[in-house]
Design a binder for this molecule. Sequence first.
Ligand code: GBH
Length: 466
Amino acid sequence: MTDTPAFPAFPPGFFFGAATASYQIEGAHDVGGRGPSIWDTYSRTPGKVANGDTGDVACDHYHRYPEDVALLKELGVDSYRFSIAWPRIQPTGSGPANAEGLDFYDRLVDELLASGIAPAATLYHWDLPQALEDTGGWRVRATAERFAEYTALVAERLVDRVPRWITLNEPFCSAFVGYAIGRHAPGAREGAGALAAAHHLLVGHGLAVQALRAAGAGEVGITLNPDRLLPATGSEADAGAVRRAETLHNEVWFDPLFAGRYPLHEDETWGELAREAAAHRREGDLDLIAAPLDFTGINYYRPITVTDAPFRDPEPATRTAVDIRVEETWRDDVRHTTMGWPVVPHTFTDLLVDLRRRYPAMPPLIITENGSAEADVVAADGQVHDSDRVEYLAGHLAAVADAVAAGVDVRGYYVWSLLDNFEWAYGYEQRFGIVRVDYQTLERLPKDSYHWYRQLIAAHRDRTAG
Ligand code: GBH
């Protein structure tokens, strides 16, 4: 490694981890009784995923998990965040547990514990059993009820050894990217359907929290991906655009979870669509959704610039839930990752400070994802000198440390991701790993960023020991 940025300082007890998700790394799509998920269907639909990539093999983590846990151990992380594939536990989304599916996560959890790493399990990172999509998916309340049953099955088996549970990962993506933009499975482009999905995801979260509490789970939380939304200009019109984007990106989730209300500006944002969505709400739902949590997981990558814009499709009949008269762009005066995302670390601090101020009832934060996609270059010396990623991580970790210094109670940080993996619509083209995966040989190669992160963790331990 060449020159490395200084390590930001965190308080004693602050923990470090690495994160992954089932469909992105496991492969073994037809092994151990696993049923098909909406991502199997979507990735097989021509034109949906770059290069026609699928998660059939991915990193073959299902078979290579001991090697991956060894990488985590060497890295020195306190915790590993992974997700459980619902269709491994219930191949068709309901009924009794598939023993082979539970056995896999049981082995993984034991391997982690034997390595001194605390497991953090996400119950839903987007791989809905296809059978449940066929009966309406998240548009219907029944899916939320099935989610609670699945959660109870998993908790019954693992709650004694998994100290940290995350119900949903980024329900924004499930609802809006899946049912309104159509760039994620199931690839729908709907208005009321996407807003119904948003509500049923929150109900599913609430029911899953009940199931986890009943099983005696330790820490329980949800992972959200709040956005830092900046107006393109100081105009009144752009201020309105930011308000509508705040509803779509942030308030749909944070308001019911942490303020006990439905989004403040939903009528201004959605008009007629908001009324259709409200039809799915039942008495008691807000209490269920707002049940106390132990932490809020935050995924953050980049800021978004927002401009007032005309409707994309003025026809109410075809309006999707993302048609809120807003154009989203990115800053062009800074470096961009290979995703095209601008690198502006201080926006992370600003976001955390702002959320803390806006939602006083929100429980302590854990950064459940942060990282960057960078070019895949193996140098002549056989190593990956990903100095751009090191710089990204250093900047964003420093931004988290700044938020902590400003009084925001952030408890830990998980880097996204341990491994290069299936980056959803981008397939294997985008690489977020601190460990490189050769998709021909499935060989793992720690990058410079892995070594840098290992040193940061070791330095934190030395500094805060005793
Ligand atoms: C996270 O999503 C995910 O949790 C993780 O699985 C993923 O690998 C990681 O970040 C890196 O992307 O262009 O309008 O179709 C981050 C948020 C939301 C970013 C969806 C890409 C596509 C929106 N993602 N977004 S659109």
